[in-house]
Write a protein that binds this ligand. Structure first.
Ligand code: PFF
Length: 455
């Protein structure tokens, strides 16, 4: 007999699990990195606009597909539009989930190592942190051990199921994560010299806005909100009939955006107060911050240690609540499509991600010379998912909900458990049907062919 599908047990569980998926390395590691590289406040404003007008409609669309079909992201399209090519949108999501989880686990593995280094006091002192980071990530085995450890923890949570695994874990972790963030923000903005960092975050300089900056902001919005690859289709398939889709999506977007901006408030005031540069790229939180913790807290080394421990544990927890959601996309698909037990399906996903994750990890060291389209595995997986599959998936999800599903069904889903005004309904429908797909397509095509088109 088929195993029960499972469902979230409470409304709070729905919000915390979905917000847990959204809040992750994307907020605390990728967001400050992108803000630092792309000029600060102006990037943030464009990002906010994209969250509201592009990523949130896609999120609502995913919720509608998931709850209405009550199926994994591939079967959802098969159920709602049988024998059509739409199933490809689902399969693309499954593939993206595996690719993202593979490179994501590499960085998550680094956070385990850095949590341990800071717990044992090895990040406080006069060290060359660039060299420490460089020799760690290029080591042939050490990062792999942590990446596998991270995937095993993810595996254990997912294998326990929806209510007792994913929901329970998110309910435990998310409040802890929010508390750590608030504490770190308070410590960070009260440091001497923090104001320069604050103005970097708050005063826009629009001369920095170029086409690649706009494209990066869109990729970041999709990545951060976990939209475009069916992750939230999968989660919504476990929602109850009275879960309010619009307000849940809104709450998740607010929580995710707040955390990203607070992460900026943690990173930049400290970076500027220690006289460092904000555009160090992916090394920002692993190379720049250890210097910062030492510099900024040189008079109070214990506080510096505390800051550093809390920061890396925060990264690790955030990574876990997201990795379980990526894992679940493919686990749910394999379990339901091939009629397997959850445990067995999860084992297959973990196995694939361990292998691909090792490829990604090796691209920082022994395989540094192995390039596909000029990129190592890590960069390649990041590039094709955040810049290709997610926007493309976003367009397909909007078109599916807006033009393939019946308007009455969409209305029923959006109003279940609540009422929304006709004006809001039509506005949302317009965003989903026209505005979001057209705009995403424009940004996407411009980035791919812009230079050629404009000569
Ligand atoms: N939103 C996550 C983050 O910001 O770290 C990453 C992510 C999770 C992307 C789940 C995609 C996904 F399906």
């Amino acid at each position: 007999m088929a195993e029960e599908r499972g469902h979230f047990g409470s409304k709070l569980g729905v919000i915390l699990a979905s917000a847990g998926s959204a809040v992750g390395l994307g907020n605390i590691w990728r967001f400050p990195t992108e803000v630092g590289k792309n000029g600060g406040a102006a990037f943030i404003l464009i990002y906010l606009l994209f969250v509201l007008l592009l990523a949130m409609p896609v999120m609502i669309g995913e919720f509608v597909i998931g709850r209405h079909s009550r199926a994994n992201t591939v079967s959802a399209y098969q159920k709602l539009a049988p024998r059509t090519p739409w199933v490809v949108a689902g399969l693309m999501g499954v593939l993206s989930g595996v690719l993202i989880l593979s490179f994501y686990s590499v960085v998550a593995g680094w956070t385990i190592d850095y949590s341990m280094l800071s717990l044992t006091g090895q990040l406080s002192g006069d060290y060359d942190f660039g060299a420490i980071f460089g020799s760690f990530v290029s080591h042939p085995t050490r990062p792999i051990i942590f990446l596998v450890l991270f995937l095993l923890v993810t595996h254990v949570i997912v294998a326990r199921g929806i209510e007792t695994g994913i929901e329970k874990f998110s309910k435990l972790m998310m409040p802890m994560l929010l508390m750590i963030i608030v504490l770190l923000v308070v410590l960070s903005v009260t440091m001497p010299g923090a104001s320069e960092g604050l103005s970097f975050l708050l005063q826009p300089d629009f001369s920095k806005v170029t086409a690649p900056v706009v494209f990066s902001a869109m990729g970041q919005a999709f990545f951060s909100l976990s939209v475009g690859i069916g992750c939230l289709v999968t989660y919504a398939s476990y929602f109850n009939q009275d879960t309010k889709l619009v307000s849940s999506a809104f709450n998740v977007c607010i929580i995710d955006t707040m955390v990203a901006i607070l992460a900026g408030f943690i990173v930049f005031p400290t970076v500027f107060s220690a006289g460092m540069r904000p555009d160090a790229g992916p090394g920002l939180v692993f190379v720049t911050l250890p210097y910062v913790f030492n510099e900024a807290f040189s008079a109070m080394p214990l506080l510096g240690d505390l800051f550093s421990i809390l920061f890396y544990v925060l990264l690790l927890l955030a990574a876990l609540t997201s990795s379980i959601s990526m894992h679940e996309i493919t686990t749910a698909y394999i379990k339901e499509h091939f009629k397997m037990s959850r445990e067995r399906a999860a084992q297959i996903v973990t196995g694939i991600c361990v292998v691909l994750g090792i490829f990604c990890s090796l691209s920082f060291g022994p395989w540094a010379e192995v390039k596909i389209f000029g990129m190592g595995f890590f960069d390649l997986f990041d590039f094709v998912t955040a810049k290709f599959f997610m926007p493309l998936g976003g367009i397909l999800i909007c078109l599916f909900v807006g033009w393939v599903m019946k308007k009455d069904v969409v209305r029923e889903e959006l109003t279940a458990g609540t009422t929304i005004s006709p004006a809001l309904f039509h506005f949302l429908l317009f965003l989903i049907r026209v505005a979001a797909p057209v705009f995403i397509a424009m940004v996407f095509l411009y980035e791919l062919f812009g230079e050629k088109l404009l000569g």
